[in-house]
Write a protein that binds this ligand. Structure first.
Ligand SMILES: [Zn+2]
Length: 420
């Protein structure tokens, strides 16, 4: 069966492609530019959407030009101010994460390492960084790392207390590559993982979804909950046949968790760049949403990296601000709308600012309408293969706990095709 046949078979259960014209290369760029122009704020109350930010998280930087720069969060926050979104949201007071919160998922040694940075000179910091994967160190990292984790925890705490419906944490350093023992991939403390543990331990939740749309695989988050069915970790990321960072075998679609956590790790592993919003929404509609209808998450934490965004220098993909808004909107239908975004990666300052603004608009209940001249077409062949690989993985692993509509199974689709 060809990918084209598979695409046709899937059309009936996915986004409508009626009257679709093949999009031109300009479409993503065009509606990226027009997104915020066409999104009209409405009069809905805004106090139930939270924002959290602290400019102290801009104090550390690399001495050389580096994509993980302070402007990532200052530009996003300025965009939220410029769009009037900070006025419409409840802006929370920042706080650092506490030792007892951090060691739920990190070792005492790693906590001590983070705390020790503030006392080290430049030569010592550079020497330490050499032993780590994709890390630069700075004496002001300690305060920022504690604030980044603490702000994420505070946002989720306020949502679970019922003081907020949803919200976004504009934080750095990011977190999803930070392992129990080590900083990695620009990340130092795993903000979202710590928030998930708080939800489980403080609020006794038993079903937390971590949705990771950062273009990189969240290796540390995956490992921290690999055997834990209380957290469903669903990631969409570039794999490129294991040639995309972090170059780990477990990044692929057939990594599904271990022991009691089997089935609670789900990966859509793209094998090429230039992935568009349509591919992400296709995966949402056909894979993630059916799972969530069964799983019924009580809380949704989004590892909201925007480095799959259009124009990102590291990601090489083409997801637009509207695409991120649509993904957010779909997730808000679950967990009684308890959705928290925490910034992960994303290195095109313009794209990440507009993407976060579009997500916050969505959290506020606004419609973010794209101005397509052509409706989007189906995903690329490569993207569709990646989505279907995950179906196939489901089919081949009978321990997977979810039932999909028969047409979702690659073999089911084959049967339909053979009858025709
Ligand atoms: Zn990333």
């Amino acid at each position: 069966m060809s990918v084209e046949d598979l695409s046709k078979a899937l059309d009936g259960i996915s986004i409508s492609n009626d009257n679709v014209k093949k999009p031109t290369g300009e479409d993503d760029e065009k509606h990226t530019k027009e997104l915020l122009v066409v999104s009209q704020p409405d009069e809905k109350p805004s106090s139930k959407t939270g924002l959290i930010y602290d400019e102290k998280m801009t104090l550390y930087s690399c001495e050389f030009q580096h994509p993980e720069c302070p402007e990532r969060i200052s530009r996003i926050y300025q965009k939220l101010i410029d769009e009037g979104l900070t006025e419409r949201c409840t802006v929370l007071k920042s706080r650092p994460a506490r030792n007892e919160e951090i060691i739920t998922k990190h070792t005492e040694d790693h906590f001590d390492f983070i705390m020790s940075l503030v006392d080290k000179n430049k030569e010592e910091l550079d020497r330490l960084a050499c032993d780590l994967n994709s890390i630069y160190l700075h004496k002001d990292l300690t305060e920022s790392a504690l604030l980044s984790a603490g702000c994420t925890l505070e946002l989720v705490d306020q949502i679970l207390k019922g003081n907020l419906q949803n919200g976004a944490a504009i934080v750095r350093p990011p977190g999803h590559h930070a392992t129990r023992e080590q900083s990695m991939g620009f990340c130092h403390l795993n903000n979202v993982a710590l928030a998930a543990v708080m939800a489980i331990e403080k609020y006794q939740l038993t079903r937390v979804l971590i949705l990771d749309w950062d273009v990189h695989y969240g290796n540390a988050t995956h490992k921290m909950f690999d055997d834990d069915p209380r957290v469903l970790y669903f990631s969409l990321h570039r794999y490129d046949h294991n040639s995309f960072w972090p170059n780990l075998e477990e990044t692929n679609y057939d990594s599904v968790g271990i022991g009691p956590g089997t089935g609670y790790n789900m990966h859509v592993a793209w094998n090429k760049g230039k992935i568009k919003s349509t591919a992400y929404l296709y995966a949402f509609n056909n894979l993630l949403i059916p799972v969530l209808e069964d799983y019924e998450p009580e809380l949704i934490l989004i590892s909201a990296g925007f480095d799959a965004g259009v124009g990102d220098p590291l990601g090489g993909c083409k997801v637009t601000p509207y695409g991120y808004a649509e993904m957010t909107k779909r997730l808000m239908k679950f967990a009684n709308g308890k959705v928290a975004l925490a910034l992960e990666g994303g290195y095109n300052l313009s794209t990440i600012s507009r993407a976060m603004a579009s997500c916050v608009l969505t959290l506020l209940g606004d419609s973010v309408e794209p101005d397509f001249t052509n409706k989007p077409g189906p995903p690329s062949d490569s993207a569709l293969r990646s989505i279907c690989d995950r179906y196939k993985g489901v089919f081949e692993k009978p321990t997977f706990p979810y039932d999909f509509p028969p047409s979702c199974y690659i073999y089911g689709i084959n049967k339909i095709s053979n009858k025709a």
